[in-house]
Design a binder for this molecule. Sequence first.
Ligand SMILES: [Zn+2]
Length: 444
Amino acid sequence: MSTYTTYIVKRSFYSAMLVCLTFFSLFLLSPPLERDSFSDSTGAEPDHRAADAVSNLRLTFAGDIMAHNVNFEMDNYNLIYDDVRDLLLADDLTFGNLEVPVTDDLPMSTYPRFNVHTPYVQAALDGGFDVFSLANNHSNDKGVKGINGTLSVMKKLGKGAHPWRLLSSQAGQNPQQTFFTAYKKNALYDLYNAEPVQHPRLLTAYSGLKTKKEEDIYPVMIKKNGWKILFLSVTEILNVYDEAGRYVYRVSSIESARQAFLEKITEMRRENPCDIFILALHSEAPEYIRTVSSGTKDWFIRLASAGIDIVWAHHPHVMHPWETVEIPGPDGTEPKQALFMYSMGNFISGQRFRPARDDPGRYREYTGDAALLSVELSKNIPAETGSGKYSIISVDPVLITNYVDPAEGVVVKLFDNSFITGLQDVWQNYYRTRMSLMKDYLPL
Ligand SMILES: [Zn+2]
């Protein structure tokens, strides 16, 4: 647990005790359910690291999961993930920004108003993704129908929807009721899918959309390997600012809205004792620009000082550098390490469907290459307390590229030398130059 959180928990000792007692009684009442059941009871994560990693956590962060027509017209979406699936299944949690509404009773559609159907997202889950940010400028491309459709698909793919939403005082929910409802749904789902081979991977968590426009924004609590991870997805921008936009978790970048958001973050952290707080931020940083402004850096530091530990940002469709930053503790207490990902680029898109073979440095070519960040965290206090001070052990980038396979469509490839040497001669120079251009501006 960070020094900052220690500070908060000390200040709210009695409410923390209440939360602990509530959990304790829940476990007594339901002996078959392990603490990590929402993450681990599916039996569909055989490659994920097990109990020996109780104090360590490996998270992978990707950029935008886009869906242009060349993407959703593919016959087999699983091909997109073939080259990275092992990597994404070997960690504890993989995070992706789903930049498309998912509504089965509307036709699939490309830019400027996206929509896909459930199989597109199921392929991402089967490809290793666990957590989706849903707040971005395309969230309301299909209005309220698209938002409700996305939420119902998320529920269907998930484990009973928001099982660990713990801002009970604000949500007016009884945490005990929420717990059992979610468990029951999960158990029924397990029974229904009795054949393990056919068991689909389930979504662990999502954030960013409301069921009612009057709702406040709430984080979700993800429990994994004895860690309590608070997760929230917000966007600074929308493509359409109509009534439907009020269903999206939006935080305007005007100063008064930012100030209110910082206060809300501190409150969320106080009400939901956690090991780390991850914010998915769909930022208003300009598209296709690869540099980070000083204003953005200042904003991220303010977010971290208010209680965020990892800011995972996206929107420019090109990769930005990332860094770990030491954030002073409140009132001179011990500092914490925060991780800032300023823009994670595209994981998959159709934006570089026709690579400019003779002009690999053209600005649009950068939309087809990015890095996945594999982040290893550890904490030094037994998991039961949920209060270990975390350290960032390593941040390892894995370069990926969107490759247009003539037979299959756009697929994600590990972007290394063996990928390049396996290409036709006419393309090797393009990708060799692309790799060196990526290395020129990123800490690879
Ligand atoms: Zn965007």
